[in-house]
Write a protein that binds this ligand. Structure first.
Ligand SMILES: O=C(O)CCC(=O)C(=O)O
Ligand SMILES: [Fe+2]
Length: 204
């Protein structure tokens, strides 16, 4: 993986973030937003908290190569077959970042009440040092980061429509991220490209 594609690189303890605000031109970002909103197979997953199922505060959709499956928020998803738009974005990112993404988890935050809690994307099927590329379209929202062990303050990255944020290798072992609620916000979709290793599927 090569973060040189990103004009802004933020070195953190244990990993780096890369940011490219203008990854997609505004019209391309709008087209991608409309494509995802209209054509992805959105669902609202459930998460188990103390034995009780709660709907998560956002919609999600999982796309990827054949036979890719992924455990997320306590649910196992089998990837839907790529749409041409998502496949072409994945191929471009693989070239630009020298990566091997084979799937994408799409998140749809319908309003400021939709959010994502603190977590690391460190499931075993993502390997020991996952790289995640996140393309944002729609309303700008802030992604917050906090170190897992150090009692340092968290910090936020505003993710503009059309931007690319790359979470580099090592980051998921040392940092958590979250997308807090907002009093008011328009809809936003994030496309988080990942490499899922099929060989560890059987342990899940
Ligand atoms: O919506 C975002 O920018 C973050 C999404 C995220 O953290 C995830 O899909 O794991
Ligand atoms: Fe995440």
């Amino acid at each position: 993986m090569n973060l040189k594609y990103c004009p802004e690189v933020i070195e953190l303890v244990g990993g780096a973030l890369g940011y490219k605000p203008d990854y997609l031109a505004p019209e391309a970002a709008l087209r991608l937003f409309e494509h995802c909103r209209s054509f992805l197979d959105w669902e609202q997953s459930l998460v188990m908290v103390y034995g009780k199922a709660h709907p998560i505060p956002r919609l999600n959709a999982w796309y990827g190569d054949d036979n890719i499956s992924y455990q997320y928020s306590g649910t196992r998803f089998l990837a839907h077959a790529w749409t041409p738009e998502l496949k072409s974005l994945c191929l471009s990112l693989n070239v630009q970042l020298d990566a091997n993404f084979n799937s994408v988890l799409a998140n749809f935050y319908r309003s400021g009440s939709d959010a994502m809690g603190w977590h690391s994307d460190d499931e075993p099927e993502l390997g020991s040092a996952p790289v995640i590329a996140c393309v944002s379209v729609g309303c700008e929202r802030v992604l917050r980061f906090r170190h897992k062990q150090r009692a340092a303050p968290s910090f936020g990255m505003p993710l503009e429509s059309g931007s690319l944020l790359v979470m580099g290798a090592g980051l998921q072992s040392h940092w958590q991220h979250s997308l807090p609620r907002r009093a008011t916000a328009g809809p936003r979709i994030s496309l988080t490209f990942r490499q899922v290793f099929k060989s560890v599927d059987h342990i899940a």
